[in-house]
Design a binder for this molecule. Structure first.
Ligand code: ADP
Ligand code: MG
Length: 231
């Protein structure tokens, strides 16, 4: 059985509709979607050892089936540079989570490699009631929230479909490189879009998928946060 099938089966067995971030990232990795390196720590000591292993700076994130929007819960600390920062960060995250939702089940804290800043893009997947599995692409932040500059295609997508949905964005010139913004690796983004299409077509129990953000580099790209919701 594929790891993805296994992960989905496990979530269902536990009555969960939302995959945990490490699960969603394992699914992405199996489908060739690049993700930040990360390890799940259950104690602050473990977190500190994992941070050493991954290499500083690191990011810490709450892992709880009861917390979907981690930032909102004070559950994301970025750019931690020392073991002492990690220990203090771990404590604070667990404390914030308990304040946010007293009965939240806390599974641990994800220790992740810190992805350097870059142009942020988003890939989404959803099941449209009329068209079925659909893939979305856009730039992060104000581009999607304020300007609604996003494109949709019905899956399965061809490589050309993926390329078109990138080049047809109003903000496309930013991805080519503009003033201080370096160019993004378009082929790497095409590959992520096509792999997302393949993933949601092969696993029709996925109701929603959200890779937000993906850091788009001049060479390569990296998914920093992945959310997968099952039917
Ligand atoms: P959520 O969307 O649940 O609040 P995210 O994992 O998206 O949580 O984290 C919030 C923000 O923190 C991201 O949008 C990104 O800007 C930053 N961030 C998170 N993880 C990393 C990472 N590994 N490297 C760099 N920045 C990160
Ligand atoms: Mg996010």
């Amino acid at each position: 059985m594929s790891q993805t099938t296994e992960i989905i089966k496990q979530a269902k067995a536990e009555g969960r509709k939302v995959l945990l971030e490490p699960e969603a990232k394992a699914v992405c990795a199996e489908y060739g979607i690049p993700v930040t390196k990360s390890l799940l720590a259950k104690t602050e000591k473990e977190a500190s050892a994992m941070a050493q292993q991954i290499g500083f700076p690191v990011v810490l994130k709450i892992v709880s089936p009861d917390i979907i929007h981690k930032t909102e819960a004070g559950g994301v600390f970025v750019n931690l540079k020392t073991a002492a920062d990690v220990v203090a960060g771990y404590r604070k995250i667990v404390e914030n989570a308990a304040k946010y939702k007293a009965d939240a089940k806390i599974l641990g804290v994800l220790v992740a490699e810190m992805a350097p800043q870059a142009t942020e893009v988003i890939v989404g997947g959803l099941k449209d009631p009329q068209f079925g599995q659909t893939v979305m692409f856009g730039l992060g932040g104000i581009f999607v929230e304020l300007l609604k500059d996003v494109n949709f295609r019905v899956a399965p997508l061809s490589e050309q479909d993926a390329r078109d949905m990138i080049t047809q964005l109003k903000a496309y010139p930013l991805l080519v490189g503009y003033r201080k913004t370096p160019p993004a690796d378009i082929d790497a983004l095409v590959s992520i879009i096509c792999n997302t299409s393949r993933l949601i077509m092969e696993h029709s129990e996925i109701k929603e998928l959200d890779l937000n953000p993906i850091m788009a580099y001049p060479k390569g790209a990296k998914t920093v946060d992945a959310r997968i919701i099952l039917e």
